[in-house]
Ligand binder design. Structure first.
Ligand code: FES
Length: 104
């Protein structure tokens, strides 16, 4: 089952930054890119659990703050040669609001 949240206004998330949401299964990081897309991933790097929300957003990727793995925001996949995948969630912008759908 998924739950839909009206999270916040888009402007409440800094460009190339993120916001953390507490979900029943753990924290979810919602990222805003420089071109105003939003993406949501579990806030746990697939390497050793680093907080992706504190990483730097580069294009449509985030660099983990612990060991700099790059994670694709769209898929949650680590960029080769690193291997791993973090769970992603649906996020979209509608009328200037950010909507997040979290799989339970
Ligand atoms: S924990 Fe993210 S790169 Fe190591």
């Amino acid at each position: 089952m998924s739950q839909l949240y009206d999270l916040c206004a888009l402007d409440e998330i800094p460009r190339q930054g993120s916001r953390v949401v507490e979900a029943p299964h753990g924290d979810v990081a919602v990222f805003r890119t420089a071109d105003d897309r939003v993406f949501a991933l579990d806030d746990r790097c697939p390497h050793k659990g680093g907080p992706l929300s504190q990483g730097m957003v580069l294009g449509h990727r985030v660099a983990c703050p612990l060991h700099n793995w790059l994670i694709e925001l769209e898929s949650g996949e680590a960029v080769a040669p690193d291997q791993g995948c973090v769970r992603r969630h649906e996020a979209r912008v509608d009328n200037g609001r950010v909507w997040l759908s979290i799989e339970g």
